[in-house]
Design a protein around this ligand. Structure first.
Ligand code: SF4
Length: 315
């Protein structure tokens, strides 16, 4: 069953400067994806490809231009204030930087109690305490940690607090935006294992964003590859890592230090979303580009029920 079903989503916004005037940023273009209940769906792509913008659009933190974002069958873009509040209770976010995402003036107990106070007014004091202790324990925090402030913890411990805060409302869907990239390498594995354990024990569904392909390979069920606001390939994690079809996916995977395939050096930088190339947006950097790639968007080719790519090489 699909928990999240995004159809033909476009996110565009205006920027302006004294020299170039007002311009449109084409941040997400015609993006469709489904996230099944209980899976980890990861999105990979270079910085600036629109991954984080996509999450903000799903949470309605920024407006979308058009499309549908269905959560449990209801379109988030059409929700009124009350329905949106209920949705945000069920969809929580783990941010990249635990240093910035925690209030330095609040103890861990108050940090974890706050979402309960906002969403479940009228709970008894002992209920707050037991729920806070329960979630703190599940992320590896001790009772005595609840009296402390964020500055008394290491980066990894702070991310455990941030994870506990995201999970205390028992969300159905968790967005994790580069949740380990700000941490020491030695700690990253612990946090990824924790997220994996919590996924099983609490039956969570994740939308996971990372530029670290090893992390994505370890934690994901399915992976979508995003380039300049568009999904160019999607598949089960083993299909993407062992049988990638799209030239961009192949280049991305070859850049992974653990890759045994020959490195594919991409030409040039990621183009600006202010002025994306026509046709296949990847044509300015693709060594397989043909004339048709410069003018026509490639159609979707399915290689199996779960694996597709958008590239003229297959049409
Ligand atoms: Fe390369 Fe053309 Fe395929 Fe785009 S459509 S990835 S430019 S071959």
């Amino acid at each position: 069953m699909n928990l999240l079903d995004v159809k033909n989503l476009f996110v565009e916004y205006k920027t302006s400067s004294p020299t170039s005037g007002e311009k449109t940023v084409y941040a997400v273009s015609d993006l469709s994806l489904c996230v099944k209940k209980g899976e980890v769906y990861s999105i990979a792509g270079e910085s600036g490809c629109g991954k984080s913008t996509f999450i903000k659009a799903v949470l309605r933190l920024i407006p979308s231009k058009s499309g549908e974002i269905n959560f449990e069958g209801n379109d988030i873009l059409k929700m009124d204030k009350k329905a949106l509040k209920d949705f945000r209770c069920k969809a929580q976010m783990i941010f990249q930087n635990p240093y910035a995402s925690l209030n330095p003036k609040m103890t861990v107990f108050d940090t974890l109690k706050e979402p309960l106070e906002i969403n479940f007014k009228g709970l008894k004091k002992e209920d707050y305490i037991s729920k806070v202790k329960e979630i703190a324990k599940s992320v590896g925090l001790k009772d005595e940690d609840l009296k402390k402030y964020p500055h008394e913890f290491s980066g990894g411990q702070r991310q455990r607090i941030a994870i506990a805060r995201a999970l205390i409302l028992k969300p159905a869907l968790v967005f994790a935006d580069e949740p380990v990239s700000a941490l020491d390498v030695s700690i990253q594995g612990q946090i990824i294992n924790l997220l994996n354990d919590l996924k099983s024990s609490l039956g969570l569904t994740f939308v996971f964003i990372s530029h670290d392909l090893n992390v994505i390979r370890y934690i994901s069920d399915r992976v979508g590859i995003m380039y300049l606001g568009e999904m160019v390939e999607e598949g089960l994690v083993e299909d993407i890592f062992s049988n990638a079809k799209h030239p961009y996916t192949q280049a991305l995977l070859s850049a992974n230090p653990n890759s045994e395939t020959e490195k594919i050096i991409l030409q040039g930088e990621l183009p600006s979303p202010l002025n994306p190339p026509a046709g296949c947006k990847f044509h300015t950097r693709c060594s397989f580009a043909k004339e048709i790639c410069k003018t026509q968007k490639p159609k979707t080719t399915y290689f199996s029920d779960d694996h597709y790519a958008k590239c003229h090489l297959f049409t």
